[in-house]
Design a binder for this molecule. Structure first.
Ligand code: ZN
Ligand code: FE
Length: 252
């Protein structure tokens, strides 16, 4: 699989996934029509599939305009009523074939109740929407810290080299917060420095990898003694630690 990442709206990422053998091309979410069309023109790929992670406008804004008779739209069954135009409704444990490859579906509630994440095990790609960000996670609009912990844990259990594509470029702000939530983490300090350089140069910090997030993401690391200690909660459950990390990030 080939991927093409592009910036759109204020801080969203769009990504196209293309299988050269079958010629099939998927857009993971469709933040806005024009940006997706430009990405298709830039690559010369023809859209055949759209995978939707969740119902927020900055992820489905281009759906009505981009959906056509030759485009299959896959999205969360739980959000059927909130996302018009879904052709294939998916939930936990489902898989869809795209480009001859299996795409596995995880339900990853927390940011929204219906949020799903798509994993392509053969290519080692995961599309996490607004669940997992580089050194961050989505705000808890429709879920609990326990929901988010369970969702992040599903992604964190994938092979460490798995590339993680997420919905936004929030990395620098996430990293600046992360060093306060995990202050003794040397890998995190090094990553902050790297992200500062990349951001200053206008280079995307996405995709990240599962392994990098396990090493440096304070939400994924809510089960570590280091993050629990930094929250002043030694011995507390990961759900409780995550709740505190999220609350502090919300007012950072
Ligand atoms: Zn969202
Ligand atoms: Fe979003």
């Amino acid at each position: 699989m080939e991927t093409h990442l592009f910036r759109c709206l204020s801080d969203n990422y769009g990504v196209l996934v293309h299988d050269p053998d079958s010629g099939e091309t998927a857009s993971i979410d469709v933040p806005e029509e024009a940006a997706v069309r430009k990405a298709l023109a830039d690559t010369g790929w023809t859209l055949t599939h759209i995978f939707i992670t969740h119902h927020h406008a900055d992820h489905i804004g281009g759906l009505a305009a981009l959906k056509g008779p030759d485009v299959t739209v896959i999205g969360p069954r739980k959000d059927e009523a909130r996302i018009p135009g879904l052709d294939i409704l998916v939930h936990e444990g489902d898989s869809v074939v795209f480009g001859g490859e299996r795409v596995m579906v995880f339900e990853t509630p927390g940011h929204t109740s219906g949020h799903v994440t798509y994993w392509m095990p053969e290519s080692g790609l995961v599309f996490a929407g607004d669940t997992l960000f580089a050194m961050g996670c989505g705000r808890l609009f429709e879920g609990t810290p326990a929901d988010m912990w369970a969702s992040l844990s599903k992604i964190a259990a994938l092979p460490p080299q798995t590339k993680v594509f997420c919905g936004h470029e929030y990395t620098l702000s996430n990293a600046r917060f992360a060093v306060t939530a995990d202050p003794t983490n040397a890998a995190l300090k090094a990553r902050l420095a790297e992200v500062e350089k990349k951001t200053a140069a206008g280079i995307p910090t996405v995709p990240t990898t599962v392994g990098e997030e396990l090493a440096t993401n304070p939400f994924v690391r809510a089960n570590t003694p280091e993050v629990a200690a930094a929250m002043g909660m030694p011995g507390a459950s990961p759900e409780k630690v995550l709740a505190e990390v999220r609350a502090r990030k919300d007012s950072f």
